[in-house]
Ligand binder design. Sequence first.
Ligand SMILES: [Zn+2]
Length: 294
Amino acid sequence: MATSCPTASNFSTRCDPMKPAPPVTRIRILPEVQPPRTRSARRKFVNFAPCSVFPCRPRVLRGKPMKKLVALNVVAFAVGLVAALWFRLWPELTRPKYVAPAFRVPSPLDLASLPTAVRFDFPLGSENGAMSYNAQRFTENRHLGDDLNGIGGEDSDLGDPIYAVADGRVLLARDGGPGWGNVVIVLHAYLENGGRKYVQSFYGHVETMLVQAGDEVRRGQQIATVGTADGRYPAHLHFEMREFVTPFVGPGYRENTRGWLDPTAFIKAHRGAPEDDVGRALPAGSSAFPDDAN
Ligand SMILES: [Zn+2]
């Protein structure tokens, strides 16, 4: 009888000669892994066999995994689309609902509905500017307008009427900030060389404003009175003509005059026939002065 004890020479107390020897384990030789023959079996095989056994190819997904992948792609696309839209629309969505008048751009409808001005008059004194003088001309000391004064000088023109230079619509009528006092801006449309153009008249340092933003005004209509910018200057009208359509107050002085026009030159060039004068009621004593253009 075979025992688990090797020989008598290496007999050990742990070895029980009466116990049968354990059976010899047979080593099973696995057959070489071969790719299955049928296509469907091969597809399954590829998913589990290592690349060293079978050349790796992209997994062909069918059924549930394919649906999962499609769903994932759809979700990723949707998330990307929403993110792109959000990024694109963010400035619009976060835009403040209230826009200060200084930054409000007239709509095409606003511009189209503007009355067309047929001629322009001076804003102070007589229509042709005779009853006022220009204390500081356009571009003098980088001035962006004309400083119009009553012929009496000093504060003699305080409270004198300021007239709209032409038909138009009030864009802004409010306190213009430090150094300005009240400011009125009127937008005008006029025809030149067959085209419709826009120009705005700007009235600074005014005392009393008689119009509001949005009002339509007629040429020669009183819109304000001459002021001192809250006592900062001798009474005068800071008058600008500009090519802008937006109602911004501006600096008053600047080296670069692009966008600003010479007010006196512009009005003289767009005066129209003298018989179309509306005939302003001039301040007392004005009849002593010749009513000619200065
Ligand atoms: Zn000025």
